[in-house]
Design a protein around this ligand. Structure first.
Ligand code: 13P
Length: 252
């Protein structure tokens, strides 16, 4: 059984005062039936780890370098995140692929570094609107998946997040049929590459305008093991109903 995961990606949002939201999430979910992860900007990682100490909430980073240390101004290594108390890192988010020209090969090297440092890698894949309209979605996802996921992946150290670029921050959500098609495809690819044991144990998250009012519908789709939530994870009042919907989906 894959344990469900509700993950929040704060992107470039959050000041010290917003650690209060982390505290509120901890208080509102003292014994969650799902795994909880918040990935704040790196300035808040160690503060968030302190706030979440003794609670079920895990804290993660949003990127890491492929190397452990060295002359790479402005970068953060996986072992630095681990040292700060993070247990996970988002890698290959479409905003990083677009803003920083990250290739799937870069993402695979980073994921390998994350695994070596003991972090769970949340590896993102997703097609653009042009690619979807050209009916290339599964080709794109298949290519990103095979190049971005390293051979070191296991069900414990790797999560795949399917985030269609056109659904991120737009208020547009992929339909249950669209999500199901891609998630079933990802599952089949993972099973083919890693075998049934590992292939069936890697969790698959959907991301892209997940909100309190559409979460339950999304969580009812096959092979959806949770969500990677952007805007609606910034405030506990928005994130809590999404977490509750995920907990509710366990019994469907
Ligand atoms: P939104 O939920 O704001 O659309 O962001 C999704 C996302 O990119 C999470 O990584």
């Amino acid at each position: 059984m894959r344990r469900k995961l509700a993950a929040g990606n704060w992107k470039m949002n959050g000041l010290m005062e917003d650690l209060e939201q982390v505290r509120s999430i901890c208080v509102a979910h003292t014994d969650p039936a799902v795994d909880l992860l918040i990935c704040p900007p790196v300035t808040l990682v160690s503060g968030a780890v302190k706030v979440a100490q003794g609670h079920a909430l895990q804290i993660g980073g949003q990127d890491c370098h492929a190397l452990g240390a060295g002359a790479h101004t402005g970068d953060i290594s996986a072992s630095m995140l681990r040292d700060a108390g993070a247990t996970a890192v988002i890698l290959g988010h479409s905003e990083r692929r677009a803003d920083h020209d990250e290739s799937s090969d870069d993402v695979r090297a980073k994921a390998r570094a994350a695994h070596a440092a003991g972090l769970m890698a949340v590896i993102c894949v997703g097609e653009s609107l042009t690619q979807r309209e050209a009916a290339n979605t599964l080709d794109i996802i298949g290519g990103q998946l095979s190049s971005s996921v390293p051979d070191t992946a296991t069900g414990e150290n790797t999560v795949i997040a399917y985030e269609p670029c056109w659904a991120i921050g737009t208020g547009l959500t992929a339909s249950p049929d669209q999500i199901g098609e891609v998630h079933d495809f990802i599952r089949a690819r993972l099973e083919r590459r890693f075998g049934a044991g590992v292939g069936r144990s890697v969790r698959l998250l959907y991301g892209g305008s997940v909100k309190p009012d559409n979460a339950a519908l999304i969580f009812g789709v096959s092979n959806v093991d949770g969500a990677l939530v952007g805007g609606a994870s910034l405030k506990q009042a928005d994130f809590t109903p999404i977490i509750n919907a995920l907990e509710g989906s366990i019994h469907i």
